[in-house]
Structures are given as C-alpha cells and as structure tokens.
Design a binder for this molecule. Sequence first.
Ligand code: NAD
Length: 484
Amino acid sequence: MRDYQNYIDGAFVAGPEAFADVDPTTGQQVAWVHEADAALVDRAVRAARRAVDGPWGRTSVASRAALLRRIADEIDRRADDLLDAEVADTGKPADQARALDVARAAANFRCFADVVAAEGTESFLQELPDGGKALNYALRKPLGVVAAIVPWNLPLLLLTWKLAPALACGNAVVVKPSEETPGSATVLAEILDAVGVPPGVYNVVHGFGSGSAGEHLTSHPGVDGVTFTGSTATGTGIMKAVAPRVRPVSFELGGKNAALVFADADLDVTIAGLTRSVFANTGQVCLCTERVYVDRVVFDEVAERLTAAAEGLRLGAPRDAATTTGPVISRAHQEKVLGYFAAAEQAGAKTITGGGVPTMTGDLAGGFWVEPTLWTGLTNEDRVVREEIFGPAAALIPFDTEQEAVALANDTSYGLAASVWTTDLRRAHRVAGQMDVGISWVNNWFLRELRSPFGGTGLSGIGREGGRHSLDFYTETTNVCVTL
Ligand code: NAD
C-alpha cells in the first residue's frame, strides 16, 4: 500500500491522521494519505516564506529557467512513476495519461522556462511639461508565498500549469492537491528534490477543503496569493477566505461549454472532435462540451453519428490498450452524475444513448462507472442544460439561424470555452469572436498553445494564466520613475 506524506521544507512529514485514497476503477484503497493539520500547514507556509526571503528569492532568471528545464527532464525520466500515481488515483487510460497529463507536465516547465527567459522590462520615456524627461521602468518581483489549490480531474497537468510559472518568477509554493488525487504531487516532490530545488520552495499539504488543509492554507495570513482551479462553489468560499487580507486570486473554475455545429461543417472532423470534447477523461475536463447546438438541417445525422461514436467507446481497465474511457472519480461523483441523468428524464429528455451504469465484471465491478450519455428534447431552460455535470454527457439541441445559435450558446452564467464547427471561413471568425468565453475553438477542441491566455468569464473564473499572463499573476511590479 502506498503512503503519501506531506512534503514540507524539503522533507516528507507524517500527519496526525491519515485517510484512504481509492482507485475509482475498483473502489479499492490504493494508498494512505497523511492529512496536514493547521500546525503542519503553518510549518509549510513558514518554510515557503524562509525560501522566498532567502537565496531562492534572489536567484537569477537564467538559473531559474535552467532549473525548470532540469525539472522537465526529470519528469521525462520519472514518467512511469508519475503515470502509476496518476492512473491509480484517477483510473484514466494509461495511454492518455502518458500522452496528455505527463507530457504536458514536462511541457509546462519547458514553456515557462522559455517565457521567463524571453521576458523584457516594460519601460516608458516620459516627456514632462517643462521639457525634461523621466524614465519609468517596471521591476518584476516574486509575489511571495503562493498557495496552489488544485482539483482531481487533471491533477498533474493543472498543478504544473501553476507551479512552473510560480517557480519561474521566484516564488515559493504550498500546494494542496485534491484529496482524491494526492499521488502525482507527492512524486513531484521527489523529482524537484532530485534536481536541486531548495527546501521550502515546493511544499505539499494533503487534506480536504473546509475545516482541513485547504481552508487552513487559504486563510493563512502568510499566504501572498491564491491560485485555484476547481469548482465555482469552492472558488466563492476561497474568495471570502482571502478577502479580509486583500490578496490576489487567480481562479480557473467550472464550465458549461457549448459546441455549435453548422450545416456546412465537415461532419467527419466534427464528429471526431465532439466525441473527444464530450467524452474525453469521462467528461471530467472543465473544457468539455455539455451543450451541442446543431443546425436543424443536419441535426438527425449528427445525433445518429455521435451516438454511434459514443457506443464505440470502450470502458475498462486503464492498462488495457482497448480502453478509451475510465470511470468517474468517486462514488459521490457517480451519484451526482446519475442524479443529472434522472433529472434529464424527468425534464422529458429522450436518452438517445447511455443513461445508466454499465455492467462491469471482476475487479471493475466495484468501480464508479457511468455510461457515455446523450440526450435530445431538452432546452436551455432545463437544469441539466444550465448546471455543470462534469461527466460523460451532453444535450443536443437544434437551431435554425446563426443568430439563434450564438444566443443559445451565450445563454449561460459560465464562460470558459466554446467550439465552432463550420467550413465557412467568415462565419468561423464571426461566430468564434462572439462567444462570451475565455477560449473559442474553430474545428478543434483542447488545442492548447501554452503562451496564449487561458481562463474564463462569469462563473468560470477570474484572470488569465498562460505565457506572460501567468507572469502577471505570479509577480508584483514596482515602477521606478527617474527624472533625467
Ligand atoms: P473542488 O472545488 O471540489 O475542489 C478543488 C480543490 O479545492 C480540492 O483540492 C479541494 O480539496 C479544495 N477545496 C475544497 N473546498 C475548499 C475550501 N473551502 N478551501 C480551500 N480549498 C478547498 O473541485 P473538484 O471537484 O476537485 O474539481 C472539479 C471542478 O473543477 C469542476 O467544476 C471543473 O470545472 C473545475 N475545473 C476547472 C478548470 C479550469 O481550468 N477552469 C480545470 C479543471 C477543473
């Protein structure tokens, strides 16, 4: 049985209590996780503060960029260990975890090594009324002690998406991984230690949210900023926790993302794209599509072909090469998703595929499985079409005009992502730009350029991360103004 301890000031530290980490494919325990109490969280924050105030806070950009590249190389070398931890915690297919989660972790460090090394200093030569001049330049300094709170769906990818820019900017970080997925953040501690990241720069505290490590961390007075990826409800609580101390927050929250399929779309490309965007990671990606608006002219064809694609998915063990789709993360989440399946039926939906729990055999019988599911017959008024399900399910809804499609897609409190499927060049640009979201894809989904801005509007978040946008969050600037 694995044993995941906290990692504080360069050493693994047991907690006063431990909780079970469960493999969602079987429902069996795979690890003990040491919960950090308030005292351990305090130790971690103090260690981080010492690191920022010590030599780490004064390292050169070049040496930090070099360190980030060494971390990426070590991630590549330890890929199997990260993969094992990630697969045991999430149950996702191993091939997908290798190609996406582990590969992106290394890419995150390489990207931010490049970004920070290329970043210049903003400066303005100011012309004064008396004919004199003043030179303004903005110095970037580390934000300080950064609390990173991350979810369970893409644990390693989303953690490194925050950690890499935070370290690039010279911060020290205290991470609170999800209680469902403590593994890869813990293995990462070994990786960072091996390449010489100084003690206190990377700390991991395990536990839950409210009344546990998550709340202890976000309400700690020594934290200079909080970067959070998770649900909108939790984000609201974290905002309240940091409000009295007026600390910056970066929030990547939930989504209720739309796809718009026009009659002129290349349906081979569209069906392949929608199959990924609805069902990837068992629908547990913040960017997944849960609302598919389809031109009535091709509605039946799209419904039929997407149904066939959904029925072609193979639920199974992560190491089975034929598996395309894993379970959902937990029994509680399975029940939540099944609750939406019931709500859809009550609202009069026609379940055109799925809608229940598949029959799994052997060890997998104890896992948290749900069938890939599609509905027709719902409208934007239905709860299932308004609330984030975070499972392998989507509603297909017809439209008659482009204007109606845009209005339907934007009729949501969320604003994370959209995808537009069309071969009409002008329509592609016109519609993609009208989406009230942080990222609008045309004829693709989840294509991520790491230097581009990423984030959401409305209930989907505050701020943008990615490239220079991340540097803006993970640094404070001091503008120096010198009369010449
Ligand atoms: P969650 O909000 O339940 O938990 C996220 C993290 O917050 C966990 O580590 C949890 O322990 C911690 N937490 C919970 N309550 C807390 C509190 N009061 N104080 C401090 N920390 C607390 O989210 P989840 O179920 O782990 O993840 C799924 C959600 O994440 C979905 O809504 C999904 O859309 C969202 N998500 C968003 C993005 C994005 O980039 N926008 C990416 C992935 C996931």
